[in-house]
Design a binder for this molecule. Structure first.
Ligand code: G3P
Length: 215
């Protein structure tokens, strides 16, 4: 299972990359706004800066919601850097655009996915990644991890190559449950990744080893 970091914060991306477990980055317009990245040129430069930190795929989201607009923005994003994956919303024109990008050999990430039917359409259109938002489903008392399992099963049965990228991860347990469910990728806040490190018995054990060594 690949680990992506879900942020536009360069320091956090560097920290996760230096940690040695990072396979890629996902961003979205809200995450860019959170970092105060505004204006076309600054946004484009920020994507390049991210690509220069990590080796893996970097999802950059289109803002347009009509086919022509999505194509125009997506082509410009894809030209920025070979690591860019064009992130496209799960809407009718988005699916058409994913088919267009797929046929041109441009990688895509179909975002804002909340059902198996939507995931099926993304795979049919040839999306590289499909992004079910598990935290936002949990927020409204649907089981996000169950959706991951369902999509993984469907893709396995039918041999779809689209990778299941579990998004809207809120905690370390989400990461573990997604691993059990067979997600190909989890995209997480840094603190959820670092949470995987923690166990009180590790801390207690290390303290005792060091104390014994110093005796
Ligand atoms: O990757 C999608 C993610 O950024 C959404 O997360 O926490 O806003 O639901 P959240």
């Amino acid at each position: 299972m690949k680990f992506f970091i879900d942020t536009a914060n360069l320091d956090q991306i560097r920290e996760a990359n230096d940690f040695g477990i990072l396979d890629g980055v996902t961003t979205n317009p809200s995450l860019m706004a959170k970092e105060g990245i505004k204006g076309h040129d600054k946004v484009m430069q920020h994507y390049i800066d991210i690509c220069n930190i990590v080796d893996g795929d970097v999802s950059a989201e289109v803002i347009a919601t009509d086919f022509d607009g999505i194509i125009k923005e997506g082509l410009a994003l894809a030209e920025l850097h070979p690591q860019i994956v064009v992130k496209v919303p799960m809407i009718k024109d988005g699916i058409k655009a994913i088919r267009y990008f797929t046929d041109k050999g441009i990688k895509t990430n179909c975002t804002l996915v909340f059902s198996a039917g939507q995931a099926l359409l993304a795979a049919k259109a040839g999306a590289t990644y499909v992004s079910p938002f598990i935290g936002r489903l949990d927020d409204i008392s649907y089981d996000g991890v169950e959706l991951i399992q369902q999509i993984v099963n469907i893709y396995t049965i039918h041999g779809f190559e689209t990778e299941v990228l579990a998004a809207s991860i809120r905690n370390s347990m989400h990461i573990i449950k997604c691993a059990e469910a067979g997600a190909d990728v989890v995209t997480c806040p840094l603190e959820s990744i670092l949470g995987l490190l923690k166990h009180p018995l590790t801390d207690i054990g290390l303290e005792k080893f060091l104390a014994d060594h110093n005796k």
